[in-house]
Design a protein around this ligand. Structure first.
Ligand SMILES: [Zn+2]
Length: 309
């Protein structure tokens, strides 16, 4: 049976990442699992590590895991790089001559992601936002084999979020087929979601014929609810127009109606500075968690029912 190999990819500024590879020796897909693209999203890191420590009998193709994609951010317990403030998930495909975060993205893109058949990028909401337990994919015609849609269905989250457009900067941006996960986890670390993520990856591998179906856990009893949006979460979100204190009126995963009050921004005396309403019927997919907001901060986002998939 093939065994995992672990190789260190070293970069300047003490950056780099471990790349774990399990090669079946047989033709097939190359699937890559990322944990820790954002350094404060711990459950994905633990789940990716667990995958890289499981002795699968891989039936075909190559499985690769980068358990901690952004190590500097992980050690800083942060969404951002302590070296340059960069958000790794906004600078892909990177720049070999850029700042440290851009150089890291370039190395990941050119050494790991180029030519991948499916990327599984394990995020959670982190410390700033609440996000439902969801798995998302881009549906813009580039994924000719439909691997993203198949993988999302197999993964087994509460929501499947289909994005009709592709935006730049993400780990997914220059990959034809990719899925990403989110979960309402601002902390403390939730081992239950580590299990769910691990099980989800196994279900995807079984769906793709890379491991035996008997190895993967059965799908959850409740099928995922399908939601959709235009693709750029940063634009789907509504922003604060005032500095103040954010008061949510809805929670992540909640059904809302057009015009419904989603949140208020108040001043320290309680005076309402801004009210945010749902622009359409839909589901709350992002909600600001921290109290303090400033103008331009993204605070709340809605996705609609997906009627096409
Ligand atoms: Zn993230």
């Amino acid at each position: 049976m093939a065994a995992w190999t672990r190789k260190r990819v070293s970069l300047p500024e003490n950056q780099g990442f471990d790349r774990c590879t399990l090669d079946s020796g047989k033709p097939g897909l190359r699937v890559v699992v990322f944990g820790g693209t954002h350094g404060d999203e711990i459950e994905g890191i633990l789940a990716a590590n667990r995958v890289a420590n499981t002795d699968f009998k891989l039936l075909s193709g190559i499985l690769e895991v980068v358990p901690v994609v952004h190590e500097a951010a992980y050690h800083a317990d942060s969404r951002f790089s302590p070296l340059d403030g960069g958000n790794l998930a906004r600078v892909f495909p990177g720049d070999p001559n850029g700042k440290p975060t851009q150089r890291l993205a370039h190395a990941l893109q050119t050494q790991v992601l180029n030519g991948v058949d499916l990327l599984i990028d394990l995020h959670t909401a982190g410390q700033i936002y609440d996000i439902p337990y969801l798995v998302g994919y881009i549906d813009d015609g580039r994924d000719k084999k439909g691997l993203g849609a198949r993988a999302c269905k197999a993964f087994g989250a509460d929501f499947i979020w289909r994005h009709e457009a592709r935006v730049g900067g993400r780990t997914l941006s220059d990959v034809d087929a990719a899925i990403y996960t989110e979960a309402p986890l601002p902390g403390p670390t939730d081992m239950g979601f580590v299990d769910r993520y691990y099980d989800g990856v196994l279900r995807v591998l079984a769906e793709l014929g890379m491991i035996d179906k008997s190895v993967a856990p059965p799908p959850p009893a409740r099928p995922a609810r399908r939601i959709a949006s235009g693709g750029d979460v940063d634009k789907d979100l509504q922003s604060a127009s005032h500095a103040g204190i954010y008061i949510p009126k809805v929670r992540e995963a909640e059904r809302v109606r057009k015009g419904q009050l989603l949140a208020q921004i108040i001043d320290i005396e309680g005076k309402v500075l801004q009210e945010l309403q749902a622009p359409f019927d839909g589901w709350v997919v992002v909600s600001q968690r921290r109290p303090h907001v400033k103008p331009g901060d993204s605070v709340v986002g809605i996705a609609i029912d997906d009627t096409k998939s």
